[in-house]
Structures are given as C-alpha cells and as structure tokens.
Design a protein around this ligand. Sequence first.
Ligand code: PLP
Length: 236
Amino acid sequence: MTPKIEEFLVRHRPETPCLLFDLDILTGNYNRLRAALPSAEIYYAVKANPSAPVLQTLADLGSKFDAASLAEIDRCLSVGADPADIAFGNTIKKQNDIAAAYGLGVRAFTFDSAQELEKLSIAAPGAKVVARLFVDNDGARWPLGAKFGCSAEAACDLLIAAASMGLQPHGIAFHVGSQQTDLARWDIAIGQAAMIFTELRMRGIELVLLNIGGGIPVPYGQDEPDEADVTHSIQV
Ligand SMILES: *Cc1c(COP(=O)(O)O)cnc(C)c1O
C-alpha cells in the first residue's frame, strides 16, 4: 500500500471491497519501462485497466495504446489520445468495428488469418497490418495458449497477400504469455520474427514494426525474474 492510498482510506473510508489505484505508481512504472527500453515505443494494453484516469495519465505521458475492442478505442479517444497512436490489436474483429475504428482514424490493425485480412482490405483500405505470430508460451504463469497467432510461414504468405490487397504490410506481433518467467522465450520469439523480416525483405517487403507484446512479470513474490533482467535480455 502506498502512503497516498493509506491516506485516502483513512480520510474517505470507502465501502469495501474497493479497488484503489495510485496514479503516481503508474507514472513511475511507465517512466521506468521507457528508460529500460529506450528504442521502443510503449503501447498500453487497455484491457489491463480501462478507467479514464489511468488512460488520461498515460496519454499525458505520451503513451500509445493497444485496444482490443471499439469500446476501448472510444475510451482512449475520449481522453484525447491521437487515433494514430492507437492500434486495434485484437486479431478477431467484426467488420463493422474495423470500419468504425478506421472512420475514427485508427490505421494499425493486427491479424492472424486470411479471413481477417479480407475484412481489413474491405473496411480499412490502405491500413497498416501487423501479423501475429504464434510463439511458445512455456514458462508463462498465464499462457495465452494457441488462441492467437499463426505460423511463420502463414505470416509471410499473409503479409505478401496484404500488399496485393492494397494494405500496408507493417510488422510482426507476438505475445510470450503473461507473467513469463523464462527469459529465453523473448529471444526465441524475436529470432523467429527476424527470420520473417529477412524473408520478406528478399521479396521486396520492408517491415518496420516488431510488437513484442507483454509478459514482463509483476513481482508477486513467487521468484519472478526482475523486470530489469527481462528488458535487458530483450535487447541483447
Ligand atoms: C494483454 C496484452 C498485452 C499485455 O500483456 P501482459 O502479459 O499483461 O503484459 C500485450 N499485447 C496484447 C496484444 C495483449 O492482449
């Protein structure tokens, strides 16, 4: 508990159960992550906590946003986020939602199937598309399983198809699973993504974005690796 939260509890005596969130801690965490990964841009996964004060704090700090739904996109826009700083990161979207997001100015979309690419080509012409690669989630306390992502071969084929459908092949995304305890997972996933970058470069397509997802563990006192070790390992 932070002193600020303690003081709030004493002063306001809110009914319980209640969830209190110290925005100073959020600011500290954002700044620490930015310093630890200086060459990266930070996209906040809105699903973690979509409340307006959290989004507002992050927008003011210059954070970008990864939204899983149109409702999350609306929440980001309502705190003044630039639509150019919002990625529609869910790989399974309704075509109407894609069109609505596009209408609001969102231009970056993640996908992992030919069906999704088809919807994007119709509802978001010219948009930047990012292929989500399936990677091994072993070592994660909350593995995302085989729910999202395609093979490296499919990612290559789909990004090539995207170009011929009038979309911009933009990059690769992966997620090693939440609360990942095995530092090797990022190395392996980044290596797999690098092969796709190389393969596509040989075919005349220059990808510019690698979305390394989440998975950096929160310390719950169960021998999680330090955040600094994870961010160091990602960059070597
Ligand atoms: C949830 C999510 C994240 C963040 O994952 P954590 O394990 O909570 O850090 C990142 N990217 C996407 C696409 C997500 O859905």
